[in-house]
Design a protein around this ligand. Structure first.
Ligand code: PLP
Length: 393
């Protein structure tokens, strides 16, 4: 399965990827690599994971034909309903598999970083389920804008550690999680919430999310008589829901892959999080990727209305797919995402996560000719209600 990704054994996707880590983590990364490869070869791991995806998460998630939205855009639009997963987003697919791997490795303690709080909630959830200790790092700014998720993590028994460095968002929380991991390499497993970090994380997380596109294939075969759509659209923060939705189509040139980055207030302005479109190659959080940085290599603080996309880098897979032209990248600004959220809500009765609204907004920028389009609806909007209500007043 793994060789579907354009990655070599050192973890490079073309010019991007690798494992840029302090020496103290060499053994952890080597152990992780071994445990991951063993788990992949073990049918009992796969069964454990798939059973939980089915009965605990509620998979397969529906592939819903959005008729009113389709009519508006002159195409056949399907929504992949990751918003209906337990805990409200795609993050749980990866969190469950990673926590099972942690258990298998004999680890007792889980740590995670979180932006919007969805990955934190998913990790706190599996920590409760598997009876493990859990600490979630979260920037102060995000703690303020995502209160319901903070409360959920606490009720689930996890400690939420506020991070006050930088602009107090996802990048800063990730720095703190890596610091914790360096201090506790023996008993702690770091569950990274996206296709970022040192190899093998980007490949591993992409594989754990690839269940999304394997279901899309089956569901399209049933609904359309063929296993692939003309277009797949997903938003990218670090790139995990997009990696999952694209995974089984990467090798099929008939399928257009479109990624929506957070434009913020505009990719020409300093208030943006469009890391592929405005960044340059650099190293962040353990891998070489496209990174928003100044001329002398300082990371530029990103900005997006959406906490889950507010990150100055992107997974190396997407840096590579974008550079080679396999994936098209568009920047969607805050106001365009808000408009798309209200549009989906009024046409289909579905309130999407702010992140997913960036993917939906792509529909307005493309020309369709009765194409079959799949939009990955990565999560639900409950956590974003305050922003939706305040910004549309
Ligand atoms: C975390 C999150 C994202 C962004 O992360 P990716 O790794 O790029 O998928 C997108 N949508 C939702 C709902 C999220 O919670």
């Amino acid at each position: 399965m793994k060789e579907i990704l354009p990655v070599n054994e050192k973890g490079y996707y073309g010019d991007f990827g690798g494992a840029y880590i302090p020496e103290i983590l060499f053994k952890n990364i080597a152990d992780l690599n071994d445990a991951y490869n063993e788990a992949l070869a073990d049918p009992s791991f796969d069964k454990q994971w798939k059973d939980l995806l089915k009965d605990y998460v509620g998979r397969p998630s529906p592939l819903y034909h959005a008729k009113r939205l389709s009519e508006l855009y002159g195409s056949k639009i399907y929504l992949k309903r990751e918003d209906l997963n337990h805990t409200g987003a795609h993050k749980i697919n990866n969190a469950i598999a990673s926590a099972l791997l942690a258990k298998r490795m004999g680890k007792k303690r889980l740590i995670a970083e979180t932006g919007a709080g969805q990955h934190g909630v998913a990790t706190a959830t599996v920590a409760a389920l598997l009876d493990m200790e859990c600490v979630v790092y979260m920037g102060e700014t995000d703690i303020q804008r995502q209160q319901p998720n903070v409360q959920r993590m606490r009720m689930l028994g996890s400690e939420v550690r506020p991070v006050t460095s930088g602009n107090r968002t996802l990048k800063d929380a990730t720095n703190e999680a890596i610091r914790d991991w360096c201090c506790n390499p023996k008993d702690t497993f770091y569950i990274i919430g996206s296709t970022v970090g040192p190899h093998p994380y980007p490949a591993m997380v992409a594989y754990f999310q690839s269940v999304i596109s394997s279901e899309i294939k089956e569901q399209l075969l049933e609904k359309e008589g063929r296993e692939y759509p003309d277009v797949v659209i997903a938003c990218i923060g670090g790139g995990s829901n997009a990696a999952g939705a694209f995974y089984h189509f990467i090798g099929n040139d008939k399928v257009r892959l479109i990624a929506a980055e957070a434009g913020g207030e505009g990719k020409e302005t300093p208030r943006t999080a469009a890391s592929i479109l405005t960044g340059r190659p650099g190293v962040l959080h353990g891998s070489r990727t496209m990174l928003m940085q100044t001329d002398d290599g300082q990371v530029i603080e990103p900005y997006s209305i959406s906490a889950g996309l507010d990150y100055p880098g992107v997974g190396p897979l997407h840096a590579h797919l974008a550079k080679t032209g396999r994936e098209e990248v568009l920047a969607i600004n805050d106001d365009e995402a808000l408009k798309a959220a209200y549009q989906l809500t009024s046409l289909e009765g579905i309130i999407p996560a702010l992140e997913s609204s960036h993917a939906l907004a792509v529909l307005d920028k493309l020309k369709f000719n009765n194409d079959i389009v799949v939009v990955n609806l990565s999560g639900r909007g409950d956590k974003d209600m305050e922003t939706y209500i305040n910004r549309m007043k």
